[in-house]
Design a protein around this ligand. Structure first.
Ligand code: 13P
Ligand code: SF4
Length: 365
């Protein structure tokens, strides 16, 4: 899809404009948003400040031109996850899944990384690049998996299994990475677990659904942390069945963070990049996609002749959209480049220990 620059200046309904004419089909009306938990008065104040900085942006600015200019001036690179809104994907230098983004963060020669994704992803870029400035357009772009696995509780859980190997999904904080033996993403979790000697107990945190899927693939019994993704646990099996009945030729494809009843109905299960690759290569003409619908933007570009249907959540809401990913906007990307904040900072001893577990993953990927 060619960017329509005329509709992408500030103040216009950017996301609607981007979707117009596409063959995406949201099976439910986009009405609701998750309420976000604000941690502290300081976080609330930072959020208010960010919102007022957004409101103060000169509406005559062409944000696309400004972002391109600032990127050159700062020698910056924009890395974006597939769940970012289409406009952000269109201005990104690199779009990828969690693994590809960490690999790209490791290889970039830029001085500044603008990470258009969520906090744990930007933190991973900083773990790999202590000398670079890493900015996240909205610091409140968190993740339910990372939030549901605080480092103190994770450390206590680990202690209950002496000698076990702790595999942590990249969707966790730097503190949890520092307490882990090795990191994995949805695209390499099976391979990472298979690399661990059979006589070792494996602890897998924080996503129980990905953990259960890896158990099924490897036949390995693991101790699972009982976390989940608020987005992927929202898909409705009942509505999915109805959708399959209405579109008998469509193939169901799903991210492994989905719950078992959804995964059971999927023809293909994989990470965001694997799902994109599958849609491109499969001879099928229509797909029901059980993951965050941001991925449909690249699917549509890669396979414009195919029909993509977003799998429906149980409620009449837009809860299949990640409320954290969607905190970033073009305006906030512009501000992050202009002001080089909000910046990701890390305690050096945590960073060094987290780096060891991230590097172990990268060397196996
Ligand atoms: P990927 O590893 O497929 O990018 O998934 C990341 C994520 O947060 C999914 O919810
Ligand atoms: Fe976290 Fe789920 Fe959002 Fe991915 S989609 S960032 S796992 S809350």
């Amino acid at each position: 899809m060619t960017p329509d620059r005329g509709t992408r200046k500030r103040g216009l309904p950017i996301r609607r404009a981007s979707r117009a004419g596409s063959r995406w089909a949201l099976a439910v009306p986009s009405t609701g948003r998750h309420a976000l938990r604000m941690e502290s008065p300081a976080a609330l104040e930072a959020q208010r400040t960010l919102e007022s900085r957004v409101a103060a942006i000169d509406s005559r600015l062409d944000l696309f031109d400004e972002i391109a200019r600032l990127k050159r001036e700062r020698n910056a690179v924009i890395l974006a996850h597939y769940y970012q809104e289409p406009d952000i994907q269109d201005i990104a230098d690199f779009i990828g899944d969690s693994l590809q983004l960490s690999q790209e963060a490791k290889r970039t020669a830029a001085d500044v990384i603008v990470f258009c994704g969520v906090h744990f992803m930007a933190e991973t870029a900083k773990i790999l690049n202590p000398e670079k400035k890493v900015v996240l357009p909205d610091l409140e772009a968190g993740c339910s998996l990372a939030e549901g696995c605080p480092a103190d509780r994770f450390a206590a859980w680990r202690q209950r299994f002496p000698g076990a190997v702790a595999v942590s999904y990249i969707n966790c904080s730097a503190d949890v990475k520092a307490l882990s033996d090795i990191i994995c993403t949805s695209s390499n979790a099976e391979k990472i677990v298979r690399s661990i000697p059979a006589d070792k107990t494996v602890l897998f945190a924080p996503d129980r659904n990905l953990g259960k899927w890896v158990e099924k693939r490897t036949g390995r019994d693991m101790k699972l942390w009982l976390g989940s993704c608020v987005v992927h646990e929202t898909f409705s099996e009942r509505k999915l069945v109805a959708l399959v009945d209405a579109h008998p030729d469509a193939e169901v494809i799903a991210h492994p963070e989905c719950e078992e009843p959804i995964l059971r109905r999927a023809k293909f299960v994989g990470s965001t990049s694997a799902l994109l690759g599958y849609v491109t290569k499969s001879p099928a003409k229509a797909f029901i996609v059980a993951t965050e619908p941001g991925i449909l933007h690249q699917m549509q570009k890669a396979a414009p002749e195919k029909t993509l249907i977003a799998a429906p959540p149980e409620g009449n809401c837009a809860c299949n959209e990640c409320p954290f990913m969607k905190r970033n906007s073009l305006e906030k990307v512009y501000l992050a480049l202009r002001d080089l904040q909000p910046e990701i900072t890390l305690d050096e001893s945590v960073r060094v220990r987290a780096l060891a577990s991230v590097e172990r993953m990268l060397s196996l990927s």
